[in-house]
Design a protein around this ligand. Sequence first.
Ligand code: SF4
Length: 213
Amino acid sequence: MVSPSEITTVFSLLEKDHPLTMLEELGHYTPFQMLVMTLLSSRTRDSTTIPIVKKMFAKYPNPEHFVKMDLQELEEWLYGVGFYKVKAQNVKKLSGIILEEFHGKVPDTFEELTSLPGVGRKTANCVLAYTFKKPAIAVDIHVHRISNRLGWVKTKTPDETEEALQKLIPRDLWIEVNRLFVGHGQTICVPINPKCNICPVRKYCEYGRKRNL
Ligand code: SF4
């Protein structure tokens, strides 16, 4: 089992050349905007999501705007985002719930966040970590893949990975996992043909050490 000190070493090596993730780059946005952009970003490239949300929030920054907006107009704004029609419905619904049940404020607990339409474990954990700076491990495809390649976990699903990482990683580092692994997964530890030859953590990686490069 990987030790806490090795985890700290890997994180500090990844931190050195860390490219900003979308949620870091747009981290100054409001909790409502962060929630919506996290929801939209699932199964969608950042290069598609970023320009859409920047333009849309400049005109419509608050849940009040989305409650009033015609569904068709919202679908047009979100065109290009994966599953944009379902997401448009969810954004409208959750805006109404935030206004009616949470006095216009995005809730900051996992249970309340996952009670909102379209908000699953990953989105809730992203909002907790990036917006509220609370300990949470948001496991997306990058976190799931890299954790398994490093040999830290042997898991088949992101949910299993989240549970395994929670047992393995010191709680004060949970907040770092998503941003460091997403950045690494988008640039070096890509899904196909990871660039192990230039990877700063190859020495600590089960998969990378086995490769004959
Ligand atoms: S050595 Fe290769 S597989 Fe391991 S983390 Fe680096 S890029 Fe990914």
